[in-house]
Design a protein around this ligand. Structure first.
Ligand code: FA5
Length: 348
């Protein structure tokens, strides 16, 4: 084939291509078009193959004409491909039109957990009295949980039957009193200290008022003049704030290794109104907190001179407060994740 014949062949093929591409309206037809006009069995491929028989002087021009035609056909293909993709996108957008007249979804809202509500109420009460909120880890060293708060190694709470032992010297903290030593250690012998610490604690306990996981709020005040009278006044205030004037409160002497003297406070049972029932173990009272004057050993162990400063501490059972306040008959209800129970509690 000479150059003129080639030019004619190209012109005819161009006409065919231009006609056929007009008819292409989907990707399958486009692929057929590509195979037919640029593929292995296309006229173009045949013409490229015939180049070996072309006169040496014409070879360059022959090649140029074919290459430029191949680019032409290729751009017919590429433009059509884009046109089809745009068309598809437009169709998709049109089908996805938002119907603004549809009624809105109503998303179900959760509610605060009763223990969160009580914790928030207590935190806000104590903040109002100038307390700061401290925190500590739930996986704690035996040193912080026991030794630095003067709990001797033969104390029953150090027994594996009572605490969850994680590793040698590591426990799930059995009370928030572990935070007392952390706070005192980081204060480096400075006073005053006036903190509360709400948080989860763990013990091997289980009945209607005892759970293996529960929450406490620790309080610690260290200063030159914090007295037992201040402690009683503060605890009376917080219990009146939480339970109102009607419910009876009693303080009785108790024992904790980290306080001396020590007391516990009970609230009259909401179930039997103090008459005695299975919930209060027929005593008429439910124990709610432990407290006392910080033991001099605890002050010394944590870097304080017990001749210069003194203090008081308390640990309130948050679950018990919630049980008494909301009249809950079994502590496990707080931990069963039953939404029928949980959604009854609303933030006031
Ligand atoms: C203590 O844990 C002391 N650390 C409290 C304390 C702090 C005393 C500072 C003095 C100074 P006790 O074991 O009594 O004390 O627990 C305190 C409160 O936690 C109890 O009054 C009770 O309300 C609650 N409590 C104790 N064990 C459980 C349990 N298993 N489930 C739910 N609440 C509990």
């Amino acid at each position: 084939m000479n150059l003129e014949q080639l030019s004619q062949a190209i012109e005819e093929e161009r006409k065919v291509c231009l006609e056929e591409i007009k008819e292409v309206d989907n990707i399958d037809k486009l692929n057929l078009f590509k195979g037919k006009h640029i593929g292995k069995k296309s006229l173009l491929t045949e013409l490229f193959a015939s180049m070996r028989n072309v006169d040496a002087n014409d070879k360059k021009e022959y090649g140029k004409m074919l290459t430029s035609f191949r680019e032409e056909v290729n751009s017919l293909f590429v433009n059509k491909e884009k046109e089809l993709a745009d068309k598809k996108l437009l169709e998709k957008i049109n089908n996805e039109k938002v119907d603004i007249t549809l009624p809105p979804y109503s998303l179900p809202l959760g509610s605060y957990h009763p223990l969160t509500l009580i914790t928030e109420e207590m935190v806000s009460f104590f903040k109002g009295l100038g307390f700061e909120v401290a925190s500590g880890p739930e996986v704690e060293t035996e040193r912080n949980n026991f030794e630095l708060v003067n709990i001797p190694s033969d104390h029953p709470s150090r027994d594996m039957q009572d605490s969850f032992v994680v590793d040698k010297g590591i426990v799930l903290r059995s009370h928030t009193s572990a935070v007392q030593s952390r706070v005192m250690q980081s204060a480096n012998g400075q006073s005053p200290i006036k903190i509360i610490c709400p948080g989860k604690v763990y013990r091997r306990d289980s009945d209607a008022t005892h759970s293996h996981q529960f929450e406490q709020m620790e309080g610690l005040v260290i200063s030159s003049d914090a007295t037992f009278a201040n402690l009683l006044e503060l605890l009376t205030k917080v219990l009146r704030h939480l339970f109102g004037e009607k419910r009876e409160v009693r303080f009785r002497p108790s024992y904790f290794p980290f306080t001396e003297p020590s007391i516990e406070a009970d609230i009259s049972c909401f179930e039997c109104n103090g008459k005695g029932c299975s919930l209060c173990k027929h005593t008429g009272w439910i124990e709610i907190l432990g407290a006392g004057m910080v033991h001099p050993n605890v002050l010394r162990l944590n870097g304080y001179d017990d001749n210069k400063v003194q203090g008081f501490a308390f640990g309130i059972g948050i679950d018990r407060v919630a049980m008494l306040k909301y009249g809950i008959d079994d502590i496990k209800r707080f931990y069963l994740d039953d939404v029928r129970f949980l959604r009854q509690f609303k933030k006031e």
